[in-house]
Design a protein. Structure first.
Lengths: 525, 280, 130
């Protein structure tokens, strides 16, 4: 296979061998040629005569002399050159220094000119500012004068307002007196006619009593609490549990529960009611309702972790406040433009309703069952009732409770008296406590033999005139105590045995609404 | 790569004589004799010869751009490898290549080639060879200074350095598409070159003999006069070849040497296989 | 050496592709000698080299002509300034060596443009492609 390779290698080797001799010759030739060339360059060395030798030695000594002097001259030349170089170096150094200094001078001159210009500008500015200052001073004095004038005007007006207020109060008092007189006389009349017509007494009296709040309901003028004795109507409104019921004014009320709707109802005064509005938007049951009568805003907490705010003038959902991470159990309007909500996620949130955002979060470390606002003393104070049997009080500043009170059971609801000085607390141990907020002492305790707190969120209320305390029991009865004597005044039994979840006392003082676990809402009069 | 063959090919030398015919006042200087590697070029050897001539102390310096070279009465090609020139000019081994350096005005068909031009021509030849072998795939993938490095190893006569780089050109991923081979038909005719594959359709290797036979066959472009004279009977290709010897690197290459072996081991540094036809 | 087989030195090259000859080349190949087939060459300018008209850029060259004589002729044909160089390239890749014949070019590097094989040469006055 590789015989061609052997042939090639062999032949290459042969050629190499053949060339070897030639190469030797050529190398030798090159050497000879080189030496010949060298010879040619320096010429042959010929020997001269003796005379020449003498001459040569003389010339040599002369040459040596010349060399020596040349050497000296060279040395001098070198020295001179050295010094020249030295001087040149110095000169260059000086020149560079000079140029540096010139540059520096230039810089300084430029800086000076710039400073001069700056100064001039500043002076001009200063003048300008001075002029402005004088002008401003003049304006200030003028405005001061105006303020003084206005202040005197204001004082004048204030006085006038005070006078007018006084007259107004007088007029009001007169009117109240007049009405009182009128009522008295009417009652007197009724009594008289009752005496005269004994057989028709009951019917007529009832008609009278029924008419009375009608005539007085227009301004929601509270005429004193009347103790309800019978149910005006009972109707089924929700799909399931009615968690809260709330009077909006003397004629309308709102209900909310597991049907995920807030319904607004209007009573017709004759034992009937019609639905006038339905507020939707929630994805779970509503838990608590609160109403701001001035703004006509309704706020409701929901199990879908949100709090919603409606304007009832327009029936528009104004905002959905989200931030809680569990069911929101309660919400209350708080100060102006705020609301406080409590949730099962153990967080209390204060909402800024104008900007629709959470302005504060408080972490009480226990499930919140109810919130109470509008306390006397400090408007920023609010209270929260908790699953851990603790009552906590917060103010606007601290993130920790300003006061904590231990109760005997889980707190289900809170209500504040009109004066704001007392707090009604319902606990799961089937008792209701009235607490004085000035010293946090228990003032009264309310309980009854068959009274059982219906749930963790069961709502206990004070009557509108604060004369009574009302509570719904788990067996469907409503218990009403006298606030001051703690005497059980009334026990209203309903047909159904469903637990009562929430109550609401009509702002006129005449009419009590109750909501139960099974769809039923009842009005008691 | 076959190291033994490649090394011997690289080390192969030829004796060259340079004579100067200057007509100067001191007469012509002595001839300059030297052994030159076959792979080198007259363009690289001439400066040394001139240095030797200029050693004389007659003050007349011969400049490179004032001379031209003559060989056997015709201008010499400075860009052809010296081994190829030698094989073309000389039939007998052991004889000396005689180059005349002349200072008369050069004839128009003489091309003076200095080292830089030679370098460029060398690299163009490499690229042409690579175009035939791989359609220029290798050279296009090379870095900018790799080809000049190849040239430097030729100038410095460095075998190891040359092969370190040449290996890239020879040991390609795919088989060679065509083999870069040039055949010099003799009588100073220009070389023949064509698209010669490494294998026959049946898969067997094409031999050097077959490749040369194919190259010498008259193509459709061959001039009628030359085809008549050189191939009287184109049918008996073998007999034509038998009358001729294939010379490369001063030796007769066996007919049955596979062409691919020749391409990888017997090529000159320009990557071409140069074969001179000598009639018996 | 290529002058040895009778081709005269460059002043009067064989194909003499002066503009007149180029015009003739556009028409069918000149029927001077029936047996002699000429190589069709197309020239393309690259870089700053003068551009030839489309007609003038197609030439028919004798196959035995070498690059050396062709280059000398083309310097005048393309009107290259004396101070400029002239480089020819094949396949936009390499420049063929001086004694390459057009027979070699058409055998090795032809471009099958239509029916007729053609050699395309790029020319430049500066070195291109390394």
């Amino acid at each position: 296979m590789s015989d061609y390779k052997q042939l090639i290698v062999q032949r290459l080797e042969e050629v190499k061998q053949a060339n070897r001799q030639t190469a030797t010759f050529i190398n030798n030739y090159a050497k000879i040629a080189e030496s010949l060339a060298k010879n040619h360059k320096y010429g042959p060395r010929s020997s001269g005569t003796l005379q020449d030798n003498e001459e040569l030695s003389r010339v040599k000594t002369e040459m040596a002399e010349l060399y020596r002097s040349k050497c000296q001259n060279d040395q001098m030349l070198i020295n001179a050159n050295h010094s020249i170089i030295e001087y040149e170096k110095k000169t260059t150094v000086l020149i560079t220094e000079k140029s540096k200094l010139e540059a520096a001078k230039h810089d300084i001159a430029a800086k000076y000119a710039r400073t001069e210009v700056e100064l001039q500008r500043l002076r001009a500015d200063n003048d300008l500012v001075n002029v402005e200052r004088i002008a401003t001073n003049a304006t200030v004095t003028m405005l001061d004068k105006q303020i003084q004038e206005m202040e005197s005007d204001r004082i004048h007006f204030l006085n006038k307002i005070r006078e007018l207020n006084e007259t107004h109060i007088d007029v009001m008092n007169a009117e109240v007196d007049l009405q009182e007189q009128r009522r008295q006389s009417r009652v007197q009349e009724m009594i008289n006619s009752a005496i005269q017509n004994v057989t028709e007494k009951d019917l007529k009296l009832e008609a009278m009593i029924k008419r009375m709040p009608e005539t007085n309901a227009n301004g929601d003028l509270l005429l004193g609490d009347s103790l309800p004795s019978r149910s005006e109507f009972i109707f089924e409104c929700d799909e399931g549990e009615v968690n809260d019921v709330h009077w909006l004014d003397g004629e309308t009320f709102a209900t909310g529960g597991s049907d995920r709707k807030i319904k607004i109802w209007k009573t017709d005064g004759h034992g009937g009611q019609t639905r006038i509005e339905t507020l939707t938007g929630s994805n779970a049951a509503f838990t608590r309702i609160d109403y701001d009568r001035d703004r006509k805003h309704l706020i409701a907490s929901s199990n879908d972790k949100n709090v919603r705010l409606w304007n009832l003038d327009t029936s528009r959902l104004m905002s959905t406040l989200s931030g809680h991470s569990d069911q929101v159990t309660c919400v209350k309007f708080y100060q102006s433009h705020s609301a406080v909500s409590g949730s099962a996620d153990r967080v209390i949130k204060v909402w800024d309703l104008q900007n629709q955002r959470c302005s504060r979060s408080l972490f009480p470390a226990s499930k919140v069952n109810d919130i109470a606002t509008n306390m006397g003393g400090s408007p920023s104070l609010f209270a929260s009732g908790h699953f851990d049997k603790k009552l906590r009080f917060y103010d606007a500043r601290s993130s920790d409770p300003v006061k904590t009170v231990d109760m005997n059971g889980r707190i289900t609801s809170l209500d504040v008296t009109m004066s704001g000085c007392e707090l009604l607390i319902s606990t799961r141990d089937d008792t209701i406590t009235m607490m004085d907020l000035r010293n946090f002492q228990t003032v009264h305790c309310y309980s009854a033999e068959n009274y059982r707190t219906s749930s963790d969120l069961s709502r206990v209320i004070l009557s509108s005139g604060n004369e009574y305390v009302a509570a719904g029991s788990s067996n469907g009865c409503i218990f009403i105590w006298n606030r001051n004597t703690t005497k059980l005044e009334k026990r209203l039994a309903s047909n159904s045995e469903q637990p009562i979840f929430s109550l609401s006392w009509c702002p006129t003082g005449y009419g009590l609404l109750s909501s139960s676990k099974q769809k039923v809402v009842a009005l008691w009069k | 790569m076959d190291y033994e063959v490649s090394r011997k090919v690289w080390e192969s030398l030829v004796p060259v004589q340079f004579t100067l015919q200057s007509g100067g006042p001191l007469g012509d200087p002595l001839p300059y004799y030297t052994m030159l590697p076959r792979f080198t070029y007259l363009a690289l050897a001439l400066p040394k010869a001139l240095t030797s001539f200029n050693r004389r102390e007659d003050g007349v310096t011969i400049h490179l751009d004032k001379v031209w070279l003559e060989l056997n009465g015709v201008p010499a090609k400075m860009y052809v490898p010296i081994g190829v020139i030698y094989d073309q000019a000389k039939i007998e081994a052991e004889s000396i290549l005689e180059i005349s350096v002349k200072t008369t005005p050069p004839p128009a068909n003489f091309q003076m080639v200095d080292q830089e031009t030679m370098k460029a021509m060398f690299m163009q030849n490499i690229k042409q060879a690579d175009y035939l072998k791989t359609e220029a795939a290798v050279t296009q993938a090379m870095m900018k200074d790799e080809l000049p490095q190849l040239w430097r190893s030729v100038v410095n006569n460095n075998f190891d350095e040359f092969w370190a780089m040449n290996r890239k050109l020879m040991e390609t991923d795919k088989e060679f598409k065509y083999v870069p081979i040039r055949v010099y038909p003799g009588d100073d005719k220009p070389f023949k070159q064509s698209q010669i594959k490494t294998k026959k359709p049946d898969g067997s290797y094409i031999t050097v003999g077959e490749a040369v036979g194919e190259l010498l066959q008259p193509s459709s472009y061959s001039t009628p006069s030359s085809s008549e004279s050189s191939t009287p009977t184109s049918t008996s290709e073998c007999t034509i070849l038998k009358e001729r010897r294939l010379i490369s690197h001063g030796i007769v290459i066996p007919y049955h040497t596979p062409l691919i072996f020749a391409a990888k081991n017997l090529s000159y540094p320009d990557n071409f296989v140069h074969i001179v036809i000598a009639s018996n | 050496m290529d002058q040895a087989d009778g081709a005269p030195a460059s002043p009067e090259p064989v194909p003499a592709p002066e503009p007149a000859a180029a015009d003739a080349a556009a028409t069918p190949p000149p029927p001077k000698e029936k047996s002699e087939k000429k190589v069709k060459v197309v020239l393309k300018s690259i870089g700053d080299a003068p551009v030839l008209a489309k007609k003038a850029s197609v030439l028919f060259i004798k196959p035995q002509e070498t690059m050396a004589t062709f280059t000398a002729t083309m310097r005048r044909y393309i009107k290259i300034q004396p101070q400029d160089s002239l480089f020819f390239y094949v396949k936009s890749c390499f420049s063929p060596s001086l004694d390459t014949t057009f027979e070699t070019l058409i055998r090795c590097f032809a471009q099958e443009a239509g029916k007729e094989p053609v050699v395309e040469l790029q020319y430049s006055i500066t070195p291109a492609w390394g």
